[in-house]
Ligand binder design. Structure first.
Ligand code: ATP
Length: 331
């Protein structure tokens, strides 16, 4: 079990993290989400031992990670960290960069292991290329292979696919996360991209302004987000007064609705004027304004005319689930 306890952390007396306590079970994949500047990288750096915290503690089982005031070289042998800057050797080849991180005690199967890692990051053809001649995305893949070289027990990933194009991203994240699961490696991965999180992370921790505002099973968190901030990390979301959705309701509250959860009708439902429409490939994402001024995001299979009036409906099942979820997923 990875146990993280950080009462507070400041950069030059500016508070960055506050009251952070959570655990990650062995082999679990915990995603870390939060808006830019919410403290994700800082948290990973503290866990890895790059930043010192006064009263906190980081434990992996019985072993305490001691941090930079106690370790001459930052880091712990059982843990690896992929930072946003890749820390590669630019003038040596891809395979030398990876090989340098393999264990000296397993010299005889070095080449086999390098080939395995090159296959995982889909860079076999670039084995003999100097790193300085690679694109940013390719360099990020080499950095990934380096942190995997010695099969850490705990892997900290900071935006692991941030520089990788969509074309490679899909297969790479699938290969990588399935590989980590197969090996039973415990993962804590910061990401802005819901596609890195929803299919792969068993749990997701949400940071807002340096505080944990949710820590839940990923599916539950997506289906029952405790607030607008959490839901919006997964994509567009509308906050809709229940009275607008169901005119008979006496409830003076609103619910969060994802764009695909609205059903469009020509005659009945919440009246909305369409202001913008975006082609998203499989559907159109529309923006509309309700009579009370609320801005709503909703999907339609076909393009709608701007200025057109449509009627939106949300199922009672979704409304009830959201109302119950708000209570259940609060930290
Ligand atoms: N070396 C530093 N010195 C002072 N302040 C810093 C330093 N590094 C980060 N910060 C500040 O700490 C806060 C948290 O930054 P951090 O990089 O942890 O956020 P993040 O959630 O990882 O953001 P992003 O998603 O953009 O990477 C920010 O306000 C940032 O400006």
């Amino acid at each position: 079990m990875l146990k993280v306890h950080i009462p507070s952390f400041q950069y030059k007396s500016r508070p960055i993290l506050e009251d952070i306590s959570f655990e990650v079970a062995p082999g679990e994949h915990l995603a870390l989400m939060g808006e830019s500047g919410s403290g994700k990288s800082t948290l990973l750096k503290i866990i890895y031992g790059l930043l010192h915290v006064e009263d906190g503690s980081i434990f992996w089982g019985e072993k305490q990670a001691l941090g930079p005031n106690f370790n001459l070289v930052p880091g712990e042998p059982y843990m690896k960290y992929l930072s946003q800057d890749f820390d590669l050797m630019p003038f040596t080849t891809v395979e030398e960069n990876i090989g340098q991180h393999l264990s000296v005690f397993e010299r005889e199967n070095h080449q086999e292991r390098i080939d395995e890692l090159l296959a995982l990051i889909e860079l076999k053809a670039f084995a003999k290329t100097k790193v300085k001649n690679l694109s940013g995305g390719q360099q990020q893949r080499v950095a990934l292979a380096r942190v995997l070289a010695q099969e850490p027990q705990v892997l900290l990933l900071d935006e692991p696919f941030g520089h990788i194009d969509n074309f490679k991203r899909g297969s790479l994240r699938k290969n990588l996360f399935l590989h980590l699961k197969e090996k039973g490696i415990t993962v804590l991965a910061a990401s802005h991209d819901p596609s890195d999180v929803l299919p792969f992370a068993q749990r997701t921790l949400i940071l807002e302004k340096g505080k944990v505002i949710a820590n839940q099973k990923t599916k539950k968190l997506y289906n029952n987000p405790p607030n607008h901030y959490t839901a919006s990390l997964f994509g567009e979301v509308s906050q809709v007064p229940i009275k607008l959705l169901k005119s008979y309701s006496q409830l003076d509250r609103s619910v969060l609705v994802y764009p695909h959860e609205f059903k469009v009708s020509k005659s009945s439902g919440m009246k909305v004027e369409l202001t913008q429409s975006f082609f998203k490939g499989s559907h159109y994402l529309n923006i509309g304004q309700a009579e009370d001024g609320s801005i709503l995001y909703f999907n339609t299979p076909k393009k709608q005319k701007l200025g057109e009036t449509v009627f939106l409906n949300v199922s009672l099942k979704t409304i009830n689930r959201r109302l119950q979820g708000e209570k259940a997923t609060s930290p």
